[in-house]
Design a protein around this ligand. Structure first.
Ligand code: ATP
Length: 236
């Protein structure tokens, strides 16, 4: 079953059409990547799926139900979580307070405490720093906070916007290892990345977005082997 179906989605900023009618789908449990260069419309796609931008046209179905009329905060309750570009952490709150913000839509204190501990098990580095102000963490640690906070909403679909951005290679490897771990637990993932090689090595399928349109799609190995992808995104 498709968890998410996107059909002919169009999004504009004033007069600028950022998405020119894109269609894509994601099956339950898949790890799908959306790659493309700067300004292709990747962030716009994720924001629209999260309900932060209203499309001008198109259809959006989640678990076979229409989603467009559902506001952003209700989409979180439906299991759709976004880890935004630039992380969006609360710099003046502690690590733990940031994580608890991710559970705001939930009313189950005991379960929330259990989930907090599972985040600390997944990200031991955050456990050591639970009382530290998030603004004083390194970039990689802030990315971990953003991911752990999103996981606190117990998402079915986790959307990650450029998780590797600005991170040192070792930290990038660690973040990708964690993404694979989250995927292995059964969470469906939509991963936006500029680092096409890493993204395609992690994902099962991918879409290539260029100037607001999907120009290619296929399994990750098909895309890795494609001349067009190699020339444009893999520096061949
Ligand atoms: P990047 O990797 O650089 O973030 P992207 O693929 O995520 O790129 P988007 O941020 O979705 O691209 O932007 C798509 C297009 O929409 C770009 O041409 C961008 O300039 C434009 N755009 C994005 N946000 C706005 C905005 N708030 N107002 C006007 N235009 C915008």
């Amino acid at each position: 079953m498709n968890l998410l179906e996107v059909e002919n989605l169009k999004v504009s900023y004033g007069g600028i059409q950022a998405l020119k009618g894109i269609s894509l789908n994601i099956a339950q449990g898949e790890l799908v990547t959306l790659i493309g260069s700067n300004g292709a419309g990747k962030t716009t796609t994720l924001k629209t799926l999260a309900g932060l931008l209203q499309p001008a046209a198109g259809k959006l179905h989640y678990r076979e139900q229409p989603l467009l009329h559902v506001p952003a905060h209700r989409r979180v309750e439906h299991g759709i979580a976004l880890v935004p570009e630039g992380r969006g952490i609360f710099a003046r709150l502690t690590v733990e307070e940031n994580l608890l913000m991710g559970a705001y839509a939930r009313n189950d204190k005991t379960e929330t405490a259990v989930d907090l501990e599972s985040q600390y098990a997944l990200f031991p580095r955050l456990a050591e720093r639970r009382t530290q102000l998030a603004g004083t963490l390194s970039g990689g640690e802030q990315q971990m906070v953003a991911m752990a906070r999103a996981l606190m909403s117990r998402p079915t679909l986790l959307m990650l916007d450029e998780p590797s951005m600005g991170l040192a290679p070792l930290m990038v490897a660690k973040i990708f290892e964690t993404i694979l771990g989250i995927s292995a637990q059964g969470v469906t993932i939509l991963l936006v990345e500029q680092n096409a090689k890493l993204a395609l090595e992690a994902a099962q399928r991918g879409y290539v977005l260029e100037s607001g349109a999907i120009t290619l799609s296929g399994t990750a190995s098909e895309l890795l082997g494609s001349d067009a992808v190699q020339r444009a995104y893999l520096g061949a």
